[in-house]
Design a protein around this ligand. Structure first.
Ligand code: IMP
Ligand code: MG
Length: 174
């Protein structure tokens, strides 16, 4: 990977992202007023989104981190591998999964099912981006920053082979 990364074209600028994240934070603050929220931050892609979102929500909250990957097993069924599990018991808690994007929906549908088995009081999903046109598994996020077309985005946490996450804006690859 070249060291000069300044020529990644802008798909969405910082101001646009921040303005929408603030709106999402206000919505969540209203919906969870007076409650304690457990945010499950899905590593690694959602870190910038999660920190910008959660620090604008004045509810008492607990931050948990998970890392998962879905892979195609030998039987052609997709499986979820939990690389980093919860440290905290979410039974009876109000939980929001914070994820970067819902694309085919496989990752979030497995994660949602996995977390439901822990018996939270409520379980919702917040994503920055939704590629609704790519969905293969029926799952919808409760809070969506932007619905986008089928474009590969990088920056603001999104990676291309682990690179480019640091860009403060969303860029795209043609
Ligand atoms: P899904 O399981 O197909 O919904 O895929 C979700 C995962 O694919 C996300 O958590 C991202 O890690 C990755 N992904 C999907 N689209 C993009 C993209 O445009 N840029 C970077 N990563 C992406
Ligand atoms: Mg991801």
């Amino acid at each position: 990977m070249e060291n000069n990364l300044t020529d990644v074209p802008v798909f969405m600028n910082e101001d646009t992202i921040q303005a929408r994240v603030l709106e999402m934070a206000k919505q969540i603050s209203t919906d969870y007023e007076g409650k304690e929220v457990i945010f499950i931050i899905v590593l690694k892609g959602s870190i910038f989104f999660a920190t910008d979102l959660i620090r604008r929500i004045p509810c008492n909250s607990i931050l948990e981190f998970m890392q998962v990957s879905s892979y195609k097993g030998t039987t052609s069924t997709n499986k979820l591998v939990v690389k980093k599990d919860l440290d905290y018991n979410i039974c009876g808690k109000d939980v929001i999964i914070v994820e970067d994007i819902v694309d085919t929906g496989k990752t979030l549908s497995y994660l949602h099912e996995y977390l439901l088995s822990k018996n939270p009081n409520s379980l919702k999903i917040a994503v920055l981006l939704d590629k609704a046109c790519k969905r293969e598994v029926p799952i919808n996020a409760d809070y969506v920053g932007f619905e986008i077309e089928d474009k590969f985005v990088v920056g603001y946490g999104f990676d291309l082979d682990q690179n480019l996450r640091h860009l403060p804006y969303l860029g795209y690859f043609k």
